[in-house]
Design a protein around this ligand. Structure first.
Ligand code: ATR
Length: 285
């Protein structure tokens, strides 16, 4: 059996096993996807143990997803790292190659782009986009948002120096796409935007949305990268100010779909699985 898993700490609430099990079922792929709680400071040992235990059982460990807090150290174990993961300075997908080497990638950004463009039906080409936050979540999606053709992206952060650093790292990519890329403090964001993405942890800690509602163009798409209660404050704010709110569930399913394709070479029916997941969450499961 080909084995996969999500590794993190904590990891018990991850929905990835359920999403990948459904992808595998719908695609007729023989694989098993579990979850592994990795002690802090023991990530490399966690990877080694997963591969060793699989081999001892006669199975084959083929890859894993990486979540908090290990996304930043995963690249160090890999022989090859994709350009988008290098730019993001974070990895969420490892593929174990037949020769024993490890390929590292980051599917978070393309997952967000695919959810916005395909599932929400909002093309990003030529659009003005505000990215709120400059931590790991924001850095993970900026490159793919530029690749998707947004003509102007503003990164706004409480600590403006972090926004400046992320923007500087992506300056060459923005130039290559002919896009404008700027860093601003939260209370100084200039103009209004077609798409606003919240990549901060402000809702998690119960704080108000950290930007003025003037950033929302009428009918703007406002996406929180979280879902459930953690996204509720931002979504209510967006709706109250004439924007179309969207949570991060679609991004979650779409980043999983991209990982699944990297591992299995087949695109799973992600929109169907997203609809099923929404229905089952709405029913309280
Ligand atoms: P993640 O990996 O989820 O991005 P992170 O790297 O700790 O986590 O980044 C958290 C982000 O949320 C940062 O942009 C942070 O702003 P600072 O860089 O100024 O710390 C932002 N953030 C957290 N709490 C916030 C709050 N109450 N108001 C505004 N921004 C907040």
């Amino acid at each position: 059996m080909d084995l996969y898993c999500v590794m993190g700490n904590p990891v018990e609430h991850s929905r990835s096993p359920r999403i990948h099990a459904r992808f595998a079922e719908l695609c007729g792929q023989q694989m098993d996807y579990g979850r592994r709680l990795i002690p802090l400071g023991a990530f490399a040992e966690g990877i080694a143990a997963f591969r060793r235990e699989a081999a001892e059982r006669g199975d084959s460990a083929r890859g894993c997803n990486i979540t908090v807090p290990f996304k930043f150290e995963a690249a160090a174990l890999a022989e090859h790292t994709s350009a988008r993961a290098t730019l993001a300075q974070a990895v969420n997908t490892l593929r174990f190659e037949a020769d024993g080497s490890i390929h590292a990638d980051n599917t978070d950004g393309i997952g967000l782009v695919n959810d916005i463009v395909r599932n929400a039906g909002v093309p990003l080409a030529g659009k003005a986009l505000l990215l709120i936050g400059a931590g790991g979540a924001a850095a993970g999606v900026l490159g793919p948002l530029l690749d998707a053709g947004a003509s102007r992206i503003v990164v706004a952060n409480r600590t403006v120096d972090k926004a400046i650093a992320v923007v500087q790292r992506h300056a060459a990519l923005a130039l290559g796409h002919g896009a404008t890329l700027e860093a601003w403090a939260l209370d100084e964001v200039p103009g209004a935007f077609d798409v606003v993405v919240n990549a901060t942890a402000s809702s998690l800690v119960g704080d108000a949305v950290p930007v003025s509602a003037n950033v929302l163009r009428p009918g703007a798409l406002a996406v929180d990268m979280m879902y459930g209660p953690a996204a509720a404050g931002f979504m209510a704010w967006a709706e109250a100010h004439g924007a179309v709110p969207r949570d991060g569930l679609g991004m979650l399913v779409e980043q999983a779909a991209e990982s699944f394709e990297i591992w299995r070479g087949e695109r799973p029916p992600s929109a169907q699985v997203l609809a099923e997941l929404r229905a089952s969450l709405a029913a309280g499961h």
